[in-house]
Ligand binder design. Sequence first.
Ligand code: NAD
Length: 340
Amino acid sequence: MTTHQIKVALGDRSYAVLVGHGVINQLETMLPKSAKRAVVITQKNVALQPKLKIPSTTIVIGDGEEHKNMQTIEMIAEKFAEFGLTRNDVVIGVGGGMVTDIAGFAAASWHRGTAVVHVATSLVGMVDAAIGGKTGVNIAQGKNLVGAFWQPSGVICDLDALETLPQREMRCGLGEVAKYHFLTGDDLLALEMSERIARCVEIKARIVAADERESGGRALLNYGHTLAHALERSSNFSLAHGEAVAVGMIFAAHLAHAMQRIGTPRVEEHYRVIGETYGLKVKPDEKIERRELIDLMHHDKKAVSGLTFVLDGPSGIEIVSGVAEAHLMQAFDAMQLNEK
Ligand SMILES: NC(=O)c1ccc[n+]([C@@H]2O[C@H](COP(=O)([O-])OP(=O)(O)OC[C@H]3O[C@@H](n4cnc5c(N)ncnc54)[C@H](O)[C@@H]3O)[C@@H](O)[C@H]2O)c1
């Protein structure tokens, strides 16, 4: 069976992403030579687990965004200390984006930087979260507000993991795949699964290599995310990340249209690709409260000068700051969202 190997080119911090069936068996090759012990961080739903030759212990963290917090990091750090994990050892995150964000941040902070390898087990993790070194946790004021850039030493995307992934989580992954569709115009659904994941990894690797710290092009990966983060929070995370991203891209299309950056056919293309081709929700089931969402969007990390969005336009998708609330209202109207 084909294994794809994609390089994330970051000088002496470059690393490989392996995509294929059974690639977890190659995990040992990604561990630092100095590692004498490993801590595996995972969740109870995740069946895929590595077999390691070095001594290891496993920490099972809670499921759901409410556990993606500083308390979980503290609990993990205490377990690292009990196990005697040193800076030469390795942390292995085995799970979806939540696990790899937590494992990455715990590793970044442990002794000011311990190696981490990610084994991504969700589609979101494989095509997005495990790659690129963004790690972090949520606080009451917003998602991922506390974190660090900490590149992994390697990433494993073993397609066998997807066999146990719930359908809803697969759809969440498709939300991120649809994002790459709009960033590149590639017909990703035409590819079979391992090719499609590998292609998404390649796109993300290229963007990260060009702008590791998000001072420019990397921010484009946040297409659909400004409203998505607000929707996730206001729904108390009953709307999952990928679902929220899909709705967020529809909103971004309407916003771009309200600002006369794109015409109606491009808005319709968003509905076709997201709603029909990828079969994703184009609006939330729950009623929304515009004021609450706008306030939450003001707390977005990208909101450096007023409200900032990633928007489609005549020169493609780009960062647009200082978006007027009147345009947001037009976009909400156009989406015909049910108000609380
Ligand atoms: N660091 C980044 O660049 C980046 C990018 C995108 C998203 N994220 C973060 O990733 C998170 C979302 O990731 P996600 O969508 O993977 O959600 P998740 O990690 O919460 O996983 C969703 C659910 O699927 C379960 N699961 C994972 N793999 C499974 C498997 N193989 N079989 C059965 N169940 C499995 C999990 O236990 C969980 O219940 C968010 O916290 C988001 O902020 C980070």
